[in-house]
Structures are given as structure tokens and as C-alpha cells.
Design a protein around this ligand. Structure first.
Ligand code: CO
Length: 136
């Protein structure tokens, strides 16, 4: 490997049953502010991004019963859902996962929130962590 493919932590995503309550918690307890809020119907989620230095806390709530986040909350309850790593080239990082025998959820990069390009790596083969590769 000639250079590191992961350049920064983009966000830590936390699954919550009540987005407003979670936002209020971070605002009132930690003085955090919402930098971006978006409903992503293709993923069945609504997110609120709270800026922490150059990274974000991504609060995620399901918008439909069939949302993967709904299943997650039902099975595990609220908590850390995935880690988003910033990459220079999402396709390159995704290819490296495949080259090293990893399991991917997205075969090719796709649009994420905030106009980013993203791909998810399956937690199986990634030590139990759902990984999102985020290209700005
Ligand atoms: Co994410």
C-alpha cells in the first residue's frame, strides 16, 4: 500500500428512535449544532449531522418499517450503527476491500447525503463494524 486510503473520520453514525430528542440531547448537553439535516428516502432514513471539529456525529432514524435502521433498532436498540471514513476515491477504496476478500454491500459507489459519494462495507469481514466509505 503506497498511501493510506482512509484520510479522516467523516462521521460516527448513531441509530436513534427519536431524531428530535437525540438532537436536543446533543444541543443541550454538549452545545452541539446541527450542520445538516436530510431525509434520504432511498435509504429509509432521516439524518441530522452535528459537527465535531472536522467530523460529524450522524444521528440516524428510520423513516419506514422496512428501513435497515428500523431492523437495527429492533434487534439491538439505539447505539453506534456505522463509522464513516473519508476517502479520496470511493471506487478505489471499495476495490481494495474486494481485492482483500472483504464483503461489500454496495458493489459500486452511489450517491450519499450532502452530495457525497459513498459505499458500504459489510461488517462480516470487517470485525463487526459496518463501514461507510465517504468521498466528498
Ligand atoms: Co453514514
Amino acid at each position: 500500500m503506497t498511501r493510506p486510503l482512509l484520510t479522516e473520520i467523516d462521521h460516527v453514525a448513531i441509530a436513534v428512535p427519536d431524531l428530535d430528542a437525540a438532537v436536543t440531547y446533543y444541543e443541550e448537553t454538549f452545545g452541539a449544532t446541527v450542520a445538516h439535516r436530510e431525509r434520504i428516502d432511498s435509504d429509509g432514513v432521516e439524518e441530522a449531522l452535528l459537527k465535531v471539529a472536522d467530523s460529524y456525529i450522524q444521528l440516524l432514524t428510520p423513516t419506514s418499517e422496512s428501513s435497515p435502521v428500523a431492523g437495527y433498532l429492533e434487534k439491538k436498540g439505539p447505539g453506534i450503527h456505522h463509522v464513516g471514513y473519508r476517502v479520496v476515491d470511493c471506487a478505489e477504496a471499495l476495490q481494495s476491500v474486494k481485492d482483500h476478500g472483504g464483503q461489500v454491500i454496495d458493489q459500486v459507489p452511489r450517491p450519499g447525503s450532502r452530495g457525497t459519494t459513498v459505499a458500504f462495507v459489510h461488517p462480516r469481514g470487517a470485525f463487526g463494524t459496518l463501514i461507510e466509505l465517504v468521498q466528498e
